[in-house]
Design a protein around this ligand. Structure first.
Ligand code: APR
Ligand code: PHB
Length: 399
């Protein structure tokens, strides 16, 4: 088999890249180890920045998102039992976020790829990357027991944190920077009415809690727990009483109901530099992980592939590798800003049980400052809603 761009992974990064390349007349094949049903049903986060919403619309895959997603003009921050709305719409000159689950984004992108006769090979195994430092890289894999090979001009490694692509960058070149947090998130999907029209991020002595939304009947909430905690210790009753203790205020009650799914994830920050090795480019979770507090994971994946698409398109237009050779540098500038923001939100909102009473008071004072200073609220809002893409454009134009 032969194609122009071989893409490993049908997550948001791989699917959006394939779709954007198709719109530029560039062919790609996606290799995915899971089934279509699995990728379309895995529950992940669900906040789309303004730039991701615009990208979905401009790429012609935003219709269902605009119909079924929930447009939010702000978030609510809570600490010491006081809740305050952050009017992000006003603070950013009219921008918003969309609450639309990641697996729905996946469904829309898969449908668009298949409708355009794009090739996604599901259920592959033993994916191997070869000759990435030459102009003719290859990907080998097994499909239904048969050995297959995909020859291409470029490989896009969009295979998430555990995929094989990043490992192809030699250890002598690869610089991995990471931060582990002493926090985990217990996430639930619950059959209840919508608790609040906007997201509530709550800091509490007992730990952080987040109230989110999915549909009028199903909601998504999170609780800070120890990352080594066993989910078997968390009965539905315990989860509800803990959520209520952390988010309820005088006169505001959290509606409860049957919990239909629950799991615990640990939190970490991770960046791999550089994101290119020869003709291999890694994007999304393959290159970086953010803690979910800033809601940046999906949005960063979408930002990476826009930079990558520009480089690949420039190559096919002029044969010039210059833009592609700056992919890593351009993408990392945005990634580090999102890392900084996610780290800041995480440390400001979670309760660190190893902290001294001095450190806890500084944290509460930071929340007091952030919720009372227009400058701080504006900074929070522009980062949460997503920094403008001019940063990348300016830089790219200087190449
Ligand atoms: N061979 C083929 N496919 C693979 C392999 C492999 N060896 N390893 C992983 N994959 C697939 C996974 O099954 C998954 O569908 O690559 C895809 C990677 O998708 P994501 O993990 O969703 O990563 P990405 O597209 O970068 O999107 C980042 O997803 O994990 C969330 O919170 C994260 O929102 C962020 C977003
Ligand atoms: C979610 O709805 O899943 C969600 C919302 C905000 C976050 C993380 C996850 O910061």
């Amino acid at each position: 088999m032969k194609t122009q761009v071989g893409i490993i992974g049908a997550g948001p990064a791989g699917l959006m890249l394939s779709h954007l390349l198709h719109l530029e007349g560039i062919e790609s094949v996606i290799l995915e180890c899971r089934t279509r049903e699995e990728i379309e049903s895995t529950i992940r986060a669900g906040v789309l920045e303004q730039g991701t919403v615009d990208l979905m619309n401009e790429a012609g895959v935003g219709d269902r998102m605009m119909r079924e997603g929930h447009l939010h003009h702000g978030i609510e921050l809570q600490y010491s039992g006081i809740r305050q709305r952050v009017n992000m719409h006003e603070l950013t000159g009219g921008k918003s976020i969309m609450v639309y689950p990641q697996h729905e984004v996946i469904k829309d992108l898969v449908a668009a790829r298949l409708e355009a006769r794009g090739e996604i090979i599901f259920g592959v195994s033993d994916v191997g990357l070869h000759d990435v430092e030459t102009n003719s890289p290859r990907i080998t894999f097994l499909k239904d027991g048969a050995e297959m090979e995909l020859a291409c001009d470029f490989i896009a490694g969009c295979d998430g944190y555990h995929g094989p692509s990043r490992q192809m960058i030699p250890a002598s070149v690869r610089n991995e920077k990471k931060q582990i947090y002493p926090f985990g998130w217990l996430g639930v999907l619950a059959k209840t009415p919508i608790a609040n029209p906007e997201l509530i991020y709550a800091n509490h002595d007992r730990g952080f809690a987040l109230i989110s939304q999915r549909t009028p009947e199903i909601q998504r909430h999170y609780l800070q727990v120890d990352p080594t905690e066993d989910i078997a210790n968390w009965s539905d009753d315990r989860i509800w009483s803990e959520l209520k203790a952390r988010v309820e205020t005088d006169g505001w009650e959290l509606p409860d109901g049957p919990i239909i799914q629950k799991n615990i994830v640990s939190m970490r920050s991770f960046v791999c530099e550089p994101m290119q090795y020869g003709r291999l480019f890694i994007a999304g979770d393959a290159a970086h992980i953010v803690p979910p507090t800033g809601a940046k994971g999906l949005n960063l994946a979408m930002a990476d592939v826009q930079v990558l698409k520009r480089g690949i398109t420039a190559f096919y237009q002029s044969g010039d590798m210059n833009w592609l050779n700056h992919y890593s540098e351009v993408a990392l500038r945005r990634i580090w800003k999102a890392q900084r923001f996610s780290y800041w939100m995480t440390t400001m909102l979670h309760t660190n049980f190893n902290h001294t009473s001095f450190e806890r008071s500084v944290q509460l004072s930071e929340l007091d400052y952030v919720t009372s200073s227009r400058a701080a609220l504006t900074s929070l809002s522009e980062n949460y809603i997503g920094l403008p893409f001019e940063w990348e454009k300016e830089r790219s134009l200087q190449i």
